[in-house]
Design a protein around this ligand. Structure first.
Ligand code: ADP
Ligand code: MG
Length: 599
């Protein structure tokens, strides 16, 4: 093939690929146009996650009749005049590419009426070519309907993900814009049903409640910065009681534009230094405003990335404002101490100067601890769940020989004691075993649950009062699609409102768990990766349940409890790793010890 200039239709499709990647990109461009047009009511309707139809209706300025056709041409924009304008963009759009690109890969119908004109225009395009135009009546504003997206672009169609994935991109996007523009009322409709609506009250707190649910919103505090500073930061940030497994719920906006910016996300995470457990991340909505000439938005075709003139200044403004918001709302910490919890408790218990009831949840008061899930069997074999015997003077009585020791890959172990309220020390024929109590218990619960699942049903426990759980709007559909699968493992959950669900039953081992928190964690798990097969989903959820219910590090165990735990571990098929693949124990042989001691 010799060199030749590509025909316009091909050029247009290639250009479209940069702007229109998936249904959510169409929603994004149309919503941005509606915002730029000054609308305060924007409605987004989808069929089949936008693959069949996307319709965005606004009550903004509308397009003049003699400009309607022009709006669909490449590089046609009313927002930019010359190159100089590029350095201080105040609108969301500026490239004049969106409508043309969308029209190139779909069938578009646009009905619009400019607010200063008496009649409106209906325009129909197919593959970018105008096929029909007429005058029509309608109130001021614009409706753009996009049908059969990518129908003529098989390559792109092939790469679209499942309806579920495409839909969650749309849901995420619409809730994001609603958060950034609290004075605009957003309505999101799928298959004719309203799934999300913001009030348009101008209050970000109201949008938080609509998008995340009241329970989460109540755990978020307002961020404020000096309103006179060049860079202002506002929004909401979660208190440490609300966290997330990854950084996906740190939502960042720069001048009203949702952006992905790892550095800014890191500034938010930094603000939580020492306030969150490692591996946990905050939930936050952070809105940064700065003069348009301080930021370059023309870096990315979909405008998802920005570049700052002074990135360090923005970083520290975000970090400081979030940190201040948190510290303002947190109680001053109680007598900080470098001593481990259990030691402090023990000191407090033995010192008459320090009353023990100052720490009601002290590990030295085992009667205050909840029973260990899955330990019912221990009682049946005559071992008390709780023991009030002394913690640090353990009788070195040998454990009774385990009946199944021969079939297990673990030898019978003799318990020596507990270390740092986290590890069980045990002696076996081949030396010393250090067992992680949490990981070991997780393994035990997990194998039991999987065995029950193989027998057909994980035992379920009905709740006295059904518990309502609100999940983020963008996750509601995902949870709904998994309700049947969850039933097989003991959850009975039904949809109750837009993004609220009623939990009626849970797996029996979850008695006493914080059900709402558990469900939200499960949803977060389901959002990660692509567990599609029913079995994978079941395993994923059960892993989470077992992790939540396994005894935690920091819990004091009686000798009887440790013996029962180790005996259960000996019965496991794979006693040496937890369900996540981490080791449950470390073995130090007598030979290694001898070597270390240079004997
Ligand atoms: P851009 O937004 O970058 O200018 P678009 O292709 O998205 O480019 O839109 C082209 C032009 O059409 C806009 O500049 C605007 O004048 C007009 N337009 C598009 N959508 C709307 C709308 N919903 N309301 C009013 N005008 C619109
Ligand atoms: Mg635009």
């Amino acid at each position: 093939m010799g060199i030749h200039i590509l025909p316009d239709t091909v050029v247009a499709r290639i250009a479209a690929g940069e702007v229109v990647e998936r249904p959510a990109s169409v929603v994004k461009e149309l919503v941005e146009n509606a915002i730029d047009a000054g609308a305060d009511d924007i409605r987004v309707e989808c069929l089949e996650s936008g693959k069949r139809l996307i319709r965005v209706t606004d009550n903004g300025s509308g397009i003049r009749a003699d400009e309607a056709a022009l709006a669909f041409q490449h590089h046609a924009t009313s927002k930019l005049r010359d190159a100089e304008d590029l350095s201080h963009i105040r609108s969301l759009g500026f490239r004049g590419e969106a409508l043309a690109s969308i029209a190139a890969v779909s069938q578009v119908t646009c009905v619009t009426r400019h607010r200063e004109e008496n009649s409106g225009t209906l325009l129909r395009l197919d593959g970018g070519k105008i096929t029909h135009q007429e005058r029509v009546g309608r109130p001021p504003g614009t409706t753009v309907t996009v049908e059969h997206l990518f129908a003529h672009v098989p390559a792109r169609l092939k790469f679209l993900k499942s309806n579920q994935t495409e839909r969650s991109h749309i849901d995420n996007l619409v809730t994001r814009y609603a958060l950034a523009y609290p004075h605009i009322r957003f309505t999101l409709i799928h298959e004719g049903r309203v799934y999300f609506q913001s009030a348009g009250s101008g209050q970000l707190r109201d949008v938080l409640v609509a998008a995340f649910g009241g329970e989460e919103a109540a755990q978020m505090v307002p961020i404020a910065s000096d309103p006179l500073a060049t860079i202002t930061v506002s929004g909401f940030a979660s208190l440490p009681s609300l966290d997330h497994a990854n950084r996906s719920r740190i939502l960042l906006f720069v001048n009203g534009r949702p952006v992905q910016d790892t550095r800014l996300a890191f500034a938010v995470i930094q603000a939580y230094h020492t306030l969150l457990t490692t591996g946990r991340y905050p939930v936050a909505v952070v809105l940064v405003q700065l003069p348009p000439e301080e930021v370059d938005v023309n870096v990315h075709p979909a405008k998802a990335e920005v570049r700052f003139r002074d990135a360090d200044a923005v970083f520290s403004a975000v970090q400081r404002s979030v940190r201040r918001a948190l510290l303002d709302h947190l109680q001053p910490p109680e007598a900080p101490s470098a001593l481990p919890e259990a030691w402090r408790a023990q000191l407090a218990a033995t010192s008459p100067a320090a009353p023990t009831d100052a720490q009601p949840a002290s590990p030295l008061q085992p009667q205050a601890q909840p029973p260990i899930p899955g330990s019912e069997r221990w009682e049946r074999v005559g071992i008390a769940r709780q023991s009030s015997s002394g913690r640090w003077s353990l009788p070195a009585a040998p454990a009774p020989p385990s009946p199944a020791a021969s079939s297990s890959s673990l030898p019978a172990l003799r318990i020596l004691g507990q270390l740092a309220t986290t590890y069980i020390l045990a002696e076996g024929p081949e030396g010393l075993y250090l067992i992680d109590q949490h990981a070991a218990h997780e393994r035990i619960l997990w194998e039991r649950a999987m065995a029950q699942l193989d027998l057909g049903q994980v035992p379920s426990q009905a709740l006295l009062d059904p518990i309502p759980v609100t999940v983020p709007v963008s996750s509601a559909h995902l949870l709904e699609t998994h309700l049947e699968t969850l039933r097989a493992i003991g959850f009975e959950i039904e949809r109750f409102g837009n993004n609220t669900f009623l939990v009626r039953s849970v797996p029996a081992i979850m008695f006493q768990d914080d059900i709402a928190a558990a469900i939200r964690e499960i949803v977060a798990d389901l959002e990660e990766g692509d567990a599609v097969l029913q079995r994978d989903v079941e395993a994923k959820v059960l892993r989470r349940v077992c992790k939540r219910m396994a005894i935690k590090a920091g819990r004091v165990l009686s000798l009887a409890e440790m013996q029962a735990l180790v005996r259960d571990l000996e019965q496991c098929e794979s006693p040496r790793t937890c369900p996540h693949g981490r080791p449950t124990m470390i073995h130090i042989s007598v030979a290694t010890l001898a070597n270390e001691f240079k004997r």
